[in-house]
Ligand binder design. Structure first.
Ligand code: SF4
Length: 413
């Protein structure tokens, strides 16, 4: 058995679990679910330069940028004096795919070995990656289901927030509404009141629609790319805020799309490579279940008629076969071209593809696919922006400004 600290069942009472803030809205709701099971959590939000410096100090500099940032943020938090290392555990989200992310946890444990050997690391995954029987972190089925609901509600809030804040007439009114709904949903999820999705969606839609908004159209800019850099403001230098400041509307695909992508890949792998197991029909069932949830969101938003619903996952999946096979599922795989195609088709022709340093798969299926997308959507204005410890924010923003200048010219023609 490997020699590292284990999160024992007793630590549930004594330890605070630190988790990087990958999805600012969804993770707040997710944490409220975990806390309702008796765990104590803290979301890491530090964005100081020390995070990058700690990352560079603790991992090899050819490690992918998301790993560098997560590990840097953990090390910075442990050294900050804010958390007692004897009463702190770290949680790292893992998808369990074939990519390097599945090894980050070993990298993190290696970093802790000399400085904080007593700090246990928990893997947040839905596929049972950590099989150590001493492990006190247990993801039960009800907990997983409630966690997924928190992501679905978080996605809805993220979508409504982004569709309101670029148009709000009273500055800060969308943020106020968002905070109000995060508080409501945290409470409801803690109490276990989460299954009546229609009731909550309708109330959210009605409430967000009350925000006074300008009717002057804004340039819509889609954000796709590697999952951590796409969502995390630390990693993408507050890309959504920057786009708002430039008078645009950011269009960010939901996290549920990634979950659907993950579930259908398990089924596709079995189908494509003849690797059927007992789990194969279960993954397919999970996929159908969550796809039904996405259909419900689309139906409710369409019926309400004010906001733009997310892209139908199955339509997106059917059209992606024009550019790439669904066996390409390293990293974010075929999901990136699928999202780019769906954005271009629905009129969001300006697309930023966020690419972390060291991420070979996503360079191939994102930057490498933009030409194929443009063959179908000649007006697509796609740029790939690199995020790495050495890239300056000014440089990234200048490239985006250049892209927006093209978008404005196209809009006037
Ligand atoms: S998808 Fe890219 S960033 Fe993520 S683990 Fe793989 S190589 Fe690293």
């Amino acid at each position: 058995m490997e020699d590292y600290a284990i999160f024992t069942p007793e630590m549930k009472e004594t330890h605070t679990i630190l988790i990087p803030n990958m999805l600012p809205i969804q993770f707040r709701l997710l944490i409220s679910v975990f806390e309702s099971y008796g765990y104590h959590f803290a979301l890491l939000e530090s964005e100081s330069r020390t995070v990058v410096e700690e990352g560079l100090k603790n991992v090899h500099n050819d490690t992918c940028y998301p790993a560098l940032l997560c590990i840097g943020q953990f090390m910075e938090a442990l050294k900050s004096g804010k958390y007692d290392p004897n009463k702190t555990a770290l949680m790292l989200p893992q998808t369990g795919g074939g990519c390097r992310a599945s090894n980050y946890i070993h990298l993190l444990r290696k970093c802790l070995r000399d400085t904080f050997p007593q700090v246990p690391v928990i893997s947040l995954n839905f596929v049972g990656l950590e099989k150590d029987p001493r492990n006190g972190w247990r993801m039960t089925m009800p907990m997983i289901i409630r966690g997924i609901y928190s992501i679905i509600y978080g996605d809805m809030l993220m979508t409504l927030y982004n569709q309101c804040r670029s148009y709000e007439l009273v500055k800060g009114s969308s943020k106020k509404k968002l905070d109000k709904w995060i508080r409501i949903m945290e409470k409801e999820l803690r109490k276990g009141n989460y299954t009546n999705t229609k009731k909550y969606y309708r109330a959210m839609l009605k409430d967000f629609a009350k925000i006074e908004r300008s009717s002057v159209p804004r340039i819509k800019v889609g954000i796709v790319g590697e999952i951590y850099v796409k969502y995390s403001p630390l990693a993408n230098n507050h890309l959504e805020d920057f786009l708002i400041s430039e008078g645009c509307e950011p269009v960010v695909p939901s996290m549920l799309e990634f979950i659907l992508y993950w579930a259908i890949n398990k089924y596709n792998d079995a189908r494509l490579y003849g690797r059927y197991t007992k789990a194969t029909p279960v993954y397919h069932m999970i996929f159908r279940m969550f796809y039904a949830k996405q259909r419900e969101v689309i139906r409710e938003m369409t019926a309400h008629g004010v906001f733009t619903p997310p892209h139908d996952f199955e339509k997106m999946r059917a059209s992606v076969s024009r550019y790439i096979g669904q066996g390409v599922n390293m990293g974010e795989g075929w999901l990136i071209p699928a999202e780019m195609g769906a954005l271009a088709e629905s009129g969001t022709e300006n697309i930023i593809c966020t690419q972390p340093f060291g991420c070979l798969p996503n360079h191939i299926i994102a930057k490498g696919m933009s030409r194929a997308i443009k063959e179908y959507y000649p007006n697509a204005n796609i740029i790939a922006i690199d995020y790495d410890p050495g890239a300056t924010r000014v440089n990234q923003e200048n490239r985006i400004k250049l892209m927006l200048a093209n978008a404005k010219t196209a809009q006037m023609q």
